[in-house]
Design a binder for this molecule. Structure first.
Ligand code: GLN
Length: 468
């Protein structure tokens, strides 16, 4: 795509027009909350002018991207999929977006999402659910469902999402796209609306490992405006990418292949592991005994952090403010009651509960201790292997409405993905096949923090097998 733009057989403006037409044609998918029609065309013409003038262009010149609506862009709306941020325009731009623009990417629009990134189906959006393009009766996964669908339905070359417990990898799995959550600290969170600050990372969706790698290397790297961003050198992932499996040690965690896992997915994952062995990889069984506690720890720590982070939405500084309040306390209560959706309220209450006097030690503190044990079991496993392979999700996509009345079964969606956030690891979902209904599923590769390269190499090997 970039070569075509560079040699003049198409222009960035033409590409943006095609994407905008496509977004209108596939409006029913409900993928975008905001489309930047004029601005995107303007940016495109700017890049086209540079190309025509023979000036040096950025590493993303020619590419058109979508951004999840919890990442801010100056003077444009950010909703986080919530009514409470109604009519909120951001006063500044996130570091990741600055970096994309500095490399000549065009930003097409902001994508739909579960409210404040809480959910696994995109049904918790105040703007309505996103539909799965493989079958519009099914969910696309969440919470970055709009970003996943933007890529899967051909509405953008790549998209940014955020992943607190699986919100990039699970929708990537459900839509047949590549989705990477880099190691904690790899990408600046400046300008990402916080959900669980010790877990949140921004990452990338795209339709090939090479594009995913290219976009990630652009947005990665230390940022003085995020004190948790790491001072670790960023390799040129896209140039170093190789499908070479020789000598690769693949860890297989027994705990990830137990009841609840769709037998079709299990069979495909095992067949893939076989292919990798044939190409020179070796497998080692690894043990991750804390897996059975991962969901419990995640839903204590994530809700605790969310209850604190979301206290800023009180009707004073941002977006919505309820009318007819009797006094200040009443205004807070009415704004939050009207502005937040049901799942967000559930999380705030759970989080407030696990942090409250008398319960703090029993829940929050204990969860933090088990989090440490979980991290240590991954460290031990990575002493024996270079990456850990598993399914990304126990099943393929479910039907719209199927799990909305059962939060626990929704939370169990995250069984294979939350550990990477709790331990700060790098993890990717790689399209690995489709079930008998034609719904895609992914394989997850996890690697130590900041070793994203090994994930891209593994993704390239699987990509070359042309499974979908
Ligand atoms: N599905 C998980 C949740 O609801 C993960 C969300 C995310 O990664 N943002 O919390």
């Amino acid at each position: 795509m970039q070569a075509e733009v560079a040699n003049g057989s198409t222009t960035v403006e033409e590409r943006v027009r095609l994407f905008l037409d496509e977004a209108r044609r596939q409006k029913d998918l409900n993928c975008f909350i905001t489309l930047f029609e004029e601005k995107a065309l303007e940016q495109a013409r700017h890049v086209d002018r540079k190309i025509r003038a023979g000036e040096a262009t950025g590493r993303l010149a020619g590419l058109v991207l979508a951004v999840k609506d919890n990442i801010v862009i100056k003077d444009t709306p950010t909703t986080c999929g919530s009514k409470i941020l109604n009519r909120f325009d951001s006063p500044y731009t996130a570091t990741v977006v600055e970096r994309l623009m500095a490399e000549d990417a065009v930003i097409l629009g902001k994508t739909n999402m579960d409210e404040f990134a809480m959910g696994s189906s995109n049904e918790n959006s105040a703007f309505g659910p996103v539909k799965n393009p493989h079958n519009n009766q099914y969910v696309p996964g969440g919470s970055s469902g709009g970003s996943a669908v933007a890529v899967a339905a051909g509405l953008a070359d790549a998209a940014l999402g955020s992943d607190t417990g699986g919100s990039i990898r699970q929708p990537a799995s459900f839509t047949g796209t590549y989705g990477i959550k880099p190691g904690y600290g790899r990408v600046s969170r400046y300008g990402l609306v916080a959900f669980g600050s010790s877990l949140d990372q921004i990452g990338v969706f795209a339709s090939t490992p090479a594009i995913t790698a290219r976009v990630l290397e652009v947005i990665s790297g230390h940022d003085p405006r995020d004190s948790t961003s790491a001072r670790v050198e960023v390799p040129s992932y896209s140039e170093a990418i190789t499908p070479d499996m020789k000598g690769m040690r693949i860890g297989i965690p027994g705990e990830y292949f137990q009841k609840g896992l769709d037998p079709h997915i299990e069979k495909s994952v095992r067949a893939l592991i076989n292919e990798m062995e044939k190409a020179g990889a070796t497998t080692v069984p690894v043990s991750l005994p804390m897996t059975e506690y991962a969901i419990a720890i995640y839903y204590i720590i994530a809700t605790a952090e969310a209850s604190s982070n979301l206290s800023r939405f009180d009707g004073v500084r941002y977006g919505l403010r309820a009318d007819e309040a009797r006094d200040l306390g009443d205004m807070y209560a009415r704004t939050r009651s009207e502005g937040f959706g049901e799942e967000v309220k559930r999380r705030i209450m759970l989080g407030t509960y696990v942090l409250s006097a008398g319960y703090y030690d029993a829940y929050y503190n204990k969860a933090m201790k088990v989090r440490r044990l979980l991290k240590e079991s991954f460290d031990a496993a990575f002493g024996q292997c270079d990456l850990i392979l598993s399914p990304t999700t126990p099943t393929t996509a479910f039907k719209l409405g199927e799990k909305t009345d059962d939060p626990l079964s929704m939370y169990l969606q995250d069984i294979y993905t939350v550990s990477a956030n709790l331990a700060g690891l790098s993890a990717i979902s790689i399209p690995a096949g489709k079930d008998e209904r034609g719904l895609p599923f992914g394989i997850q590769a996890q690697a130590p923090s900041f070793n994203e390269q090994v994930l891209f190499n593994c993704a390239q090997f699987i990509h070359n097998l042309k499974l979908i």
